[in-house]
Design a binder for this molecule. Structure first.
Ligand SMILES: *[C@@H]1O[C@H](CO)[C@@H](O)[C@H](O)[C@H]1NC(C)=O
Length: 338
């Protein structure tokens, strides 16, 4: 018995040892699911495609009942960022009951969806920026009242809200600081992250004289920017750290950045090729997967690739139609592994 008992203890110790080595599962890479195409798969097929590829997080750009229904049925394991469309911010800012109704119809109605963050607007501009913070507060109150306070409320911003170089000199830009500083401080008080859309592609295209494409594609052989003690080998980290410096300068240094979009187009413009898109997105997945964070903020990070599909009805630049990891028939646009 004693022997058997000792063996059991050893077995138990080994088991505990083994379990202790299993990292606590944090799905760090997600993919944005945009639906501006006339040839895309059904939402339940899309959820299946996330599952079969092991993609554990999704962003959707509005409270899409089809996506929510499919996630509620077959996507409980998929963490979700859900946007409040920019056109709704005014109503939610001024009318708490509109926020309550939205939470009821689009969150409480889908109890098996793993809502993680609500993005109150995406790259909001102009006078509508004044609505972001009051709308965030009303949605936060509605979530708390519904017992859903663990869902964090934020907003998704573009690189246009930051300025400064090198990364340690980052601040909110003169055009954005009036609304971003109060938002940053509010996020600090709620413990929510700031959602940031980070595009080395557009930085590169807009400044090819000063930015080497290797720096944008994560393929530089060594340090490109030395900033005090921090050495930058890729532009992605430099942009994320510029956001962190901006948060610090706003008095909100404990707020985390979640990269709510990043990607590279496979066609339709300068440096847009399947080869560059594959290189960027695979290197982004690998970089985030290392769990080392950025030079300024070590540790796990969370990023969402834009986007799941090539969307043929997107307007704007031709490249907008070519950010997809998958074709509308669900075949990969190029090989990628998650
Ligand atoms: C979407 O794009 C396809 C292909 O270009 C086109 O045939 C269709 O008319 C577009 N639909 C809308 C609603 O714009």
């Amino acid at each position: 018995m004693a022997k058997h008992g000792a063996a059991s203890m050893l077995t138990l110790a080994l088991l505990l040892g083994v379990f202790a080595l299993i990292p606590t599962a944090v799905q760090s890479i997600g993919v944005c699911y945009g639906v501006i195409g006339n040839n895309l798969p059904t939402a339940s097929d899309v959820v299946q495609l996330y599952n079969s590829n092991g993609i554990g997080a999704m962003r959707i750009y509005f409270a899409d009942p089809k996506a929510l229904t499919a996630l509620n049925l077959g996507g409980t394991n998929i963490n979700l960022i859900m946007d409040v469309g920019n056109e709704n911010l005014g109503a939610f800012a001024t009318n708490p009951s509109a926020a309550t109704t939205w939470v009821k119809n689009n969150i409480q109605a889908f109890p098996d969806v793993s809502f993680r963050y609500i993005a109150v607007g995406n790259e909001v501009s102009g006078g509508n920026t004044q609505n972001i913070l009051p709308a965030m507060k009303n949605i936060n109150s509605a979530l708390s009242a519904a017992g859903l306070g663990s869902i964090k409320v934020s907003t998704s911003v573009s690189q246009g809200v930051i300025a400064g170089f090198p990364p340690s000199a980052g601040t909110f830009s003169s055009g954005a600081s009036s609304y971003m500083v109060p938002i940053a401080r509010y996020l600090e008080s709620t413990g929510a992250p700031l959602l940031a859309n980070v595009y080395p592609y557009f930085s590169y295209v807009g400044n090819q004289a000063q930015i080497d494409i290797e720096y944008a594609l994560f393929t530089s052989p060594g340090t490109v920017v030395q900033d005090g003690d921090n050495a930058y080998q890729n532009l992605f980290d430099a942009v994320v750290d510029t956001f962190y410096s901006a948060l610090e300068s706003a008095g909100a240094g404990s707020v985390k950045i979640v990269v709510s979009e990043s990607g590279w187009p496979s066609g339709g413009g300068t440096a847009a090729s399947t080869s560059n898109a594959q290189t960027y997105n695979q290197n982004l997945i690998n970089h985030v997967g290392l769990g080392q964070g950025t030079p300024k903020r070590r540790g796990p990070m969370e990023a969402y690739i834009f986007a799941m599909f090539n969307e043929n009805n997107k307007t704007g630049l031709e490249t907008e139609k070519h950010f997809g990891l998958f074709n509308p028939d669900k075949s990969p646009a190029y090989p990628i592994s998650f």
